[in-house]
Design a protein around this ligand. Structure first.
Ligand SMILES: NC(=O)c1ccc[n+]([C@@H]2O[C@H](COP(=O)([O-])OP(=O)(O)OC[C@H]3O[C@@H](n4cnc5c(N)ncnc54)[C@H](O)[C@@H]3O)[C@@H](O)[C@H]2O)c1
Length: 376
């Protein structure tokens, strides 16, 4: 790096934004915030009106209907995938095949089998895949993960992970939403996955899950609520609730550790002010000292994650959240569905490559228990 600006690489990274719908705005804002570290060279969407409007709004010099056309014509360093979940793996493979890196929206893929296919493509490429999980990157969660990992708050004992959101019927009119085939699942896969991913970033390896799921008041084939009990390898337990039918929306993570309770309540993004820390008796000074460490003052956002991704790419490192790390989260999601639809607990590693739940989140087909029946 021989730039006059210490934070600016000598050559900006050439970026393509693929899919110019709702979440593409967050990518565009994050890329603009990265300043001279990046140059957005093209936007891609089969919807010509949408891609042209996006290119105009964000000063992107080229628009196209298909990623393959752009990859064939210009050198590309990074491809941002903001398309529906069913398209992620094929588009990421195309980018990796020309040596480009990928930032892909959650959920990275529809199934564990698809993630494993993508891991193989990543291993064969000079590029890499990072999965968007912007709530890992606020300073509060990063600080919490660090001080839990170094034991400053004692052993984690029990946690709560609530994603209770509200989506009206109209939300599901978009063809890919509310289906296992195209979205991969309901709120466990599409909404709660953010908080579940943060839960794992703080508590580490999960060991076993028992879950239930239900549907019935939204025009979906997927669940609209799920409830899971998770045991972690550390011995900690967590309860996880995912919903798209909750009129008072909230996103909550609560961790009870030996020396403190740490709570985060927000909706679609948080800052340091959204945390409450309560020390256990006798631990006030040590907990306050741990909680005052760096980092501080960074809101969870695509900007925060992109800053880390770009630093890793500029330094030849693995950009976060690495695909292999994301697989852990998707495995817990798959295990949640398997437990809900089979009525049995599922251990980490139990879903092998030939398991129906490795191929689709509803396995051989969702089994919805009737309210009155327990003998599935
Ligand atoms: N990180 C977050 O907080 C967050 C929030 C919302 C959505 N998402 C995720 O972002 C992704 C997109 O969601 P959205 O709400 O922006 O969807 P959207 O429907 O608003 O936009 C998707 C766009 O992709 C385009 N598209 C479809 N196939 C394409 C292809 N092969 N090549 C190029 N463009 C293609 C569509 O025409 C559409 O314009 C999903 O995976 C979703 O789960 C993430």
């Amino acid at each position: 790096m021989d730039s006059a600006y210490p934070d600016v690489p000598a050559r900006p990274l050439d970026v393509v934004v693929v899919g110019t719908g709702a979440i593409a705005e967050s990518h565009a804002r994050a890329l603009r915030a990265a300043g001279r570290r990046v140059r957005v060279v093209a936007a891609v969407d089969p919807d010509a009106g949408r891609v042209e409007a996006f290119a105009r709004a964000w000063d992107v010099p080229r628009s196209a209907g298909a990623l393959a056309d752009v990859l064939a014509e210009v050198p590309v360093g990074l491809v941002c995938l903001c398309t529906p979940p069913a398209t992620h793996v094929e588009l990421a493979e195309a980018a990796l095949a020309v040596g480009a890196s990928v930032v892909v929206e959650k959920p990275v893929a529809l199934s564990l089998a698809q993630v494993d296919r993508l891991l193989a493509a990543e291993a064969a490429s000079t590029g890499s895949v990072a999965v968007v999980s912007q709530h890992r990157f606020g300073s509060g969660v990063r600080r919490l993960a660090a001080i839990v990992a170094d034991g400053s708050l004692g052993r984690p004992l029990v946690a709560t992970c609530l994603t209770q959101w509200y989506r009206p019927d109209a939300y599901f009119q978009v063809p890919w939403r509310g289906t296992f085939a195209l979205e991969g699942g309901g709120p466990t896969m599409g909404h709660g996955i953010h908080q579940i991913d943060v839960l794992l970033s703080v508590l580490g390896e999960w060991a076993e899950v028992s879950a239930m799921a239900a549907r019935g008041s939204r025009p979906t084939e997927t669940e609209e609520v799920s409830v899971a009990a998770v045991r972690f390898s550390s011995g900690a337990l967590a309860s996880v609730v995912n919903s798209v039918v909750s009129a008072r929306e909230t996103s909550v993570l609560r961790f009870d550790l030996e020396h403190a309770t740490v709570e985060l309540e927000h909706l679609y993004g948080y800052g340091d002010e959204d945390f409450t820390v309560t020390p256990a008796p006798g631990h006030a000074d040590a907990v306050a000292a741990a909680w005052s460490r760096a980092p501080q003052g960074v809101r969870s956002s695509h900007e925060a994650q992109f800053a880390e991704v770009l630093t890793a790419l500029e330094n030849g490192g693995v950009p976060p959240v690495a695909l292999a790390t994301s697989r852990d989260t998707l495995e817990l999601v798959a295990a949640t569905y398997r437990s809900a639809f089979t009525g049995r607990p599922v251990r980490r590693g139990e879903i092998g490559p030939d398991d129906a739940f490795a191929l689709r989140m509803d396995g051989p087909g969702a089994v919805w228990p009737s309210a009155a029946s327990t003998d599935r």
